[in-house]
Design a protein around this ligand. Structure first.
Ligand code: SAM
Length: 290
């Protein structure tokens, strides 16, 4: 067991998980809104999430935001290495006390938004797996941060606000399709697994939640020649959702150049596939470097 202090530097079913969840819910911890602390209290849902993750004895898993260990405890029963990243000082003592005897357990008192996930890999280790019931207030920037480590991540399972999972998995033309859909689908295969109601948390959040599975592409179906410019172009295209591409991309690509990509310049960003965004970004990159 280890505790790494990197932050200082800078209801329910009768299952085993239900009993652990009940004991966590009654621990007297003051839930902190600023850290998005809505703790799972339903053992049946916890079992369902762990079943979706399918942890194996050989796995090295990283859990973001263990809270009172609703997912940590059942994962620790299985995997050979579990790194957990928690920002809340008040949770560090109880987590250490409870799990310090487990050899697989390694606690990082750190901010998941700034964490170097590649640093967790041993030299001979190809991948980590990442899981978490994420704090909803930082879920999008956190996923964008994790995308930097995508080649070293086998898969990710996250509980998020249901609306965010819908956006991640949306197809072009739908109301929820946007920048998050394009950027995550460019990097990963995305799958909406199941919904979770607010009654399964203490305290209950104001919104519905859902579990998403993200599997980084080993070989991307389409490749942007300059990923930073691709990301910037996608952001620009969605900056004014109601406007046409010829307007939002003014100064980036003109109508003729958009047309040359086989795309109607009067179309809106929300109708374009990931592949069409990549085509536009690659032309933009080519013009910038010419
Ligand atoms: N995993 C627990 C569960 O399912 O009951 C708790 C989930 S709770 C929604 C989110 C957790 O993430 C809390 O423990 C919170 O303190 C932690 N957290 C919030 N912001 C964080 C950050 N920037 N870095 C690391 N942990 C964070």
């Amino acid at each position: 067991m280890a505790v790494k202090q990197s932050r200082s530097k800078q209801s329910n079913s009768n299952s085993k998980s239900a009993a652990k969840a009940r004991s966590a819910a009654s621990s007297g911890h003051q839930h902190k809104k600023e850290f998005g602390q809505n703790f799972l209290n339903n053992g049946r849902i916890i079992d369902q999430i762990v079943a979706a993750i399918r942890p194996k004895a050989t796995d090295h898993i990283v859990e973001i935001g263990p809270g009172e260990a609703a997912l940590t405890a059942p994962l620790l029963d299985v995997v050979h290495k579990l790194d957990i990243i928690e920002i809340d000082n008040d949770l560090i003592g109880p987590l250490t006390q409870r799990f310090s005897q487990k050899p697989a357990f390694c606690l990082h008192h750190a901010d998941a938004l700034r964490f170097d996930y590649a640093s967790l890999l041993a030299p001979d280790e190809p991948y980590i797996r990442v899981v978490g019931n994420l704090p909803y207030n930082i879920s999008s920037p956190l996923m964008f941060h994790l995308l930097h480590f995508a080649p070293r991540i086998l898969d990710m399972h996250f509980m998020l606000q249901k609306e965010v999972v819908e956006r991640i998995c949306a197809t072009p033309g739908g109301k929820t399709y946007g920048r998050l859909s394009v950027m995550l689908q460019y990097a990963c295969q995305t799958e909406y697994l199941f919904s979770v109601g607010p009654e399964n948390f203490t305290p209950p959040p104001k919104v519905e939640s859902a579990i998403v599975r993200l599997i980084p592409h080993v070989q991307k179906p389409v490749v942007a020649h300059h990923e930073q410019r691709f990301a910037e172009l996608v952001k620009q295209a969605f900056s004014q959702k109601r406007k046409t591409l010829r307007n939002t991309l003014k100064g980036w690509l003109d109508a003729e150049q958009i047309q040359a990509c086989g795309i109607d310049p009067t179309a809106r960003a929300e109708t374009l596939s990931v592949s069409q965004f990549v085509t536009l970004a690659n032309l933009y990159h080519q013009l910038q470097t010419a």
